[in-house]
Design a protein around this ligand. Structure first.
Ligand code: ATP
Ligand code: MG
Length: 559
């Protein structure tokens, strides 16, 4: 490609809305262009990298016997009614109507479509298993689109779906995908780890996320050498805190204006571990209030609560003062004793002997409160696990790290096949629901995760096999006949060998030209200058800035 013919516009300044390096660099290097918030165009150089990522994904999917198809983004409401997700998916689903008022959505994911395709195509157990994938544009009306391609409203995903006759088959399909993902993210040169994950909006009964480790990651990974999980899902060893043995009589304590756990612990001169923290959520669908009890030194995990209640994360909100008018409770002094409300009790709370908690009256707490004797509720793990908590395998301390979720695999089981009647006929002639798995990779998000990992103060520094072009030839002065001839000759030679090469034939200064290629992340720069008369050029490696003057033949042999 000749640079003079490229639609390339690099920017000196970072656009204001971009706050993280990879987003700034993708915009400054002209690889992507913002359309509206969370919607981007892939410009020629960005698209080239995207295609390289797609091809790696394609090769690894094909290698495990998954077949590529391409579905429409537009999906009819009816399929989503069948699966039950038309209402459940919530405001993230982009909904629209055609001229006849028929309703559609733009697919945020494609379980419904793939399930309907397979139920229409497959009849007998002899035709299973089936594995299909696509690389296609997805739509999610994200509450906060940000960080460019990391969280956008239109993005490119590889999504695959497997259909098996039973759990054993699913386990094999899942394992194949899991290992393919390991190969994909290795080939994408990402520093990644796979963690146990929550199944969220997709549903199902087992899941792993693939996380590119990065400080700007929006996910928190909880891990040590025995255990690793997304924080949303992470469990930890239950700590038993019971410094007292005998249950004492319950008593009121006057605690004027003491509302926070910290203040209360000081005021009562007791450990926060002996205080029961009460959090009240409101189920926005049924309007029911739910009391959640955790130990005073812990934080609550809202996802765990939502999962327990069979709700989406956004179907739950904190109750406010106004919600309490029907009960006698007072905000800030809420406790479980005598409060008639659906109650979830974290296991640690059940172990506290003679605990403190809110008294449901202004300026009153209770002491010597004990689970089962003074209050009841369903025992369920609802605590947020953080660094320092102990793992459930060997009881060793856990650590925290940030990650960008670049992929996720799910064992769906029969959730969709049952709801949508996707069945096969077994060897006894009976109809049985297929056992499904689904597997996503954020292709466009991965592009940005790669830039986040591979950049320096001069710009992007792509790994060789992911760069949009591998090498650029930069004549100091293209109007100089000797330089031009040598540059043209090298360009033709590399092109004929199938090397991804750019010839920078622009009239700009050498500084401006090199600056562009540093920014864009071309791994090798061949600078054709005064030494052209001796058939020599300067060869620069972008990654380490290493420069050497070499004979043209030596340089050409490198490619
Ligand atoms: P997140 O938790 O980050 O919102 P998710 O778990 O909802 O993502 P999945 O349904 O698992 O996402 O989608 C598969 C993959 O698609 C994700 O692993 C991620 O890489 C990518 N992805 C999801 N949402 C977005 C988005 N808004 N922008 C870009 N990529 C996305
Ligand atoms: Mg996910």
């Amino acid at each position: 490609m000749k640079a003079s013919r490229m639609c390339l516009k690099t920017l000196k300044e970072a656009p204001q809305e971009a706050v993280i390096d990879s987003h700034i660099l993708l915009l400054r290097s002209g690889m992507i262009k913002k359309n509206v918030a969370g919607v981007y165009t892939y410009m020629p150089l960005g698209l080239k990298v995207l295609k390289k990522i797609e091809n790696i994904v394609r090769e690894e999917m094909d290698a495990i016997g998954s077949e590529e198809i391409l579905c429409s983004a537009l999906q009819p409401k009816e399929l989503w009614i069948e699966s039950g997700r038309w209402t459940k998916y919530g405001p993230e689903l982009m909904r629209l109507k055609d001229r006849n008022d028929r309703e559609f959505c733009l697919g945020p994911t494609h379980e419904e479509i793939f399930t309907s395709i397979v139920r229409d195509s497959i009849r007998s157990y002899k035709e299973l298993p089936v594995s299909l994938y696509q690389i296609q544009t997805k739509y999610r009306d994200e509450m906060r689109p940000r960080f460019g391609l990391i969280r956008s409203r239109e993005f490119i995903m590889k999504d695959a779906y497997t259909f098996d006759i039973d759990e054993t088959g699913l386990n094999k399909s899942y394992e194949d995908m899991y290992h393919a993902y390991e190969r994909i993210f290795t080939r994408l040169h990402l520093n990644f780890t796979a963690v146990l994950a929550d199944t969220g909006n997709i549903g199902g009964n087992a899941s792993h996320q693939f996380m590119a480790l990065s400080n700007i990651g929006e996910s928190t990974i909880i891990y040590n050498s025995n255990y690793s999980a997304d924080q949303e899902k992470a469990e930890a060893k239950v700590d038993v805190y019971n410094e007292e043995k005998d249950l004492k009589d319950i008593q009121e304590v006057s605690t004027p204006n003491v509302k926070t756990i910290e203040d209360l612990s000081k005021f009562l001169n007791t450990s926060p571990k002996r205080i029961i923290k009460a959090i009240v959520y409101k189920d926005l669908i049924s309007k029911e209030l739910v009391l959640c009890l955790i130990r005073g030194d812990r934080e609550i995990n809202k996802i765990k609560v939502a999962n327990k209640l069979g709700l989406g994360e956004f179907d739950l909100d904190f109750a406010t003062d106004a919600d309490f008018s029907s009960t006698s409770s007072v905000f800030g002094f809420i406790g479980p004793v005598g409060l008639k409300m659906k109650t979830l009790v974290d296991p640690e709370v059940t172990h506290i002997v003679n605990a403190y908690c809110g008294g449901n009256k202004k300026d009153v707490h209770l002491k010597n409160v004990n689970y089962k004797r003074d209050f009841d509720g369903e025992v369920v793990d609802i605590r947020l696990v953080v660094a320092g908590d102990l793992d459930i395998v060997k009881g060793e301390p856990l650590k925290e790290e940030r990650g960008i979720e670049v992929g996720q695999v799910f064992k769906l089981g029969t959730k969709y096949s049952k709801a949508m009647n996707c069945v096969y006929v077994n060897d006894k002639g009976q109809e049985v629901p297929m056992v499904m798995g689904c597997y996503g990779i954020g292709i466009s998000r991965a592009l940005q995760a790669i830039v986040e990992e591979y950049h320096d103060e001069n710009g992007i520094s792509f790994p060789d096999d992911l760069a949009p072009y591998k090498v650029v030839i930069v004549p100091v002065k293209y109007t100089d006949e000797v330089m031009k001839n040598l540059a043209d000759k090298m360009y033709d030679e590399l092109k004929s060998k199938g090397v991804d090469v750019i010839l920078d034939d622009r009239a700009s200064s050498l500084g401006v030209k090199l600056h562009d290629w540093d920014l864009v992340g071309i791994p090798y720069h061949i600078i054709v200058g005064r030494d052209a008369v001796n058939n020599q050029v300067e060869f620069k490696t972008r990654r380490d800035g290493n420069k050497e003057v070499l004979d043209v033949d030596v340089v050409l042999k490198k490619f």
